[in-house]
Design a protein around this ligand. Structure first.
Ligand code: SF4
Ligand code: MG
Length: 321
């Protein structure tokens, strides 16, 4: 099947204050139509940077990007301004963690939705209004006509996030990118929004790339999971591969931290040490300094990618042995 998104050997580096920050270091993945890939990892693992690269949102001047990002067989890294404008919003849309930052406080939800729709479709304001109402209905916002007249601050956090999803979907994209879209919400609302995203995906056949640091959210959303560390995908598999047959010591630590995190309300804290300095990456495995199974050659040689099965691959010297 044709992939909706196909990323090959992507690198993203930022030039800042005379330093080169190597945020993404050779990432490859495909996402099919109707499929959700979850990118999971700690902050600084490269997941958000990867996601933003898919829409080419990084400031061009201080960023170096190599590899290829094909969406509908077109390489995003080679697009000109006009092609990028057509891509953003129309083919591909994004929802962020805090919708208040993305929604403009001085315009009503309706004004913003109608403007967004009309930017991407040549239709009348009235037709756009009808589409906006349909989009709010699709995300189960009650009395959508009345909601169009509301300002963002007049809605609850969960409703705002649903309105953002409606806004993102109102241009009828094929790809949805989501960066921690439910992290700011409380647990029950979080689950409702995730279930809603899944339902919309089924209905619309969306390809979704979903970034999170939370295994619970990953379990709810994922068909496949890519575990990121030090700007690399260190393990990728189906949600079943990752939950039940994880091989990479970092993935295993993540899964363990979840069980602790549930009690402490602070996931990921239980992995000792801190992530590598992206301006000064170690020459070997990026996880070597924190790995409880580290071997002598881990510090000097980057582990190769080993295929465990058709759906499952891992970058660790243990799996290669
Ligand atoms: Fe640990 Fe070595 Fe595997 Fe890296 S390559 S995760 S240091 S065992
Ligand atoms: Mg982030």
């Amino acid at each position: 099947a044709d992939a909706a998104i196909s990323v090959t050997d992507l690198t993203v580096a930022f030039e800042r204050a005379g330093k080169t920050i190597r945020a993404v270091n050779g990432v490859s993945f495909d996402v099919a139509k109707g499929e959700t890939l979850v990118l999971i990892g700690e902050s600084g693992s490269g997941k958000s940077v990867t996601l933003r690269a898919l829409m080419r949102l990084h400031p061009e001047r201080q960023t170096r990007q190599t590899g290829s990002i094909r969406i509908n067989r077109q390489d995003v890294l080679k697009m000109d301004r006009r092609q990028l404008r057509a891509l953003r919003g129309k083919k591909i849309a994004m929802v962020f963690q805090e919708p208040l930052l993305a929604l403009d406080p001085v315009y009503t939800v309706g004004q913003q939705m109608i403007e967004c729709i009309r930017t991407h479709h040549q239709i009348s304001a009235q037709q756009a209004r009808a589409l906006a109402i349909a989009a709010l209905e699709a995300v189960r916002i009650p009395s959508p006509e009345r909601r169009l007249a509301a300002y963002p601050h007049e809605m609850s956090g969960g409703m705002r996030q649903r309105a953002m999803i409606a806004l993102a979907l109102s241009a009828q994209p094929e790809v949805l990118l989501a960066d921690e879209p439910t992290t700011a919400l409380d647990a029950t609302v979080q689950i409702q929004v995730l279930i809603l995203m899944r339902e919309l995906q089924k209905k619309l056949g969306l390809a979704i790339v979903f970034v999170t640091h939370d295994i619970g959210a990953a379990t709810e959303m994922a068909d496949r999971v890519a575990v990121m560390y030090g700007g690399r995908i260190v393990e990728e598999g189906s949600i079943g591969d990752i939950l039940h047959h994880a091989q990479h010591p970092y993935t295993l630590a993540l899964l363990k931290s979840r069980r602790h995190g549930m009690e402490r309300g602070k996931p990921l804290d239980v992995i000792r040490g801190s992530p590598p300095d992206l301006a000064n990456l170690p020459p070997g495995c990026p996880f070597a300094a924190r790995c409880d199974q580290v071997m002598a050659h881990c510090a000097t040689s980057v582990p190769p990618t080993t295929r465990i099965s058709q759906s499952h691959r891992v970058q660790c010297h243990l799996a290669a042995a």
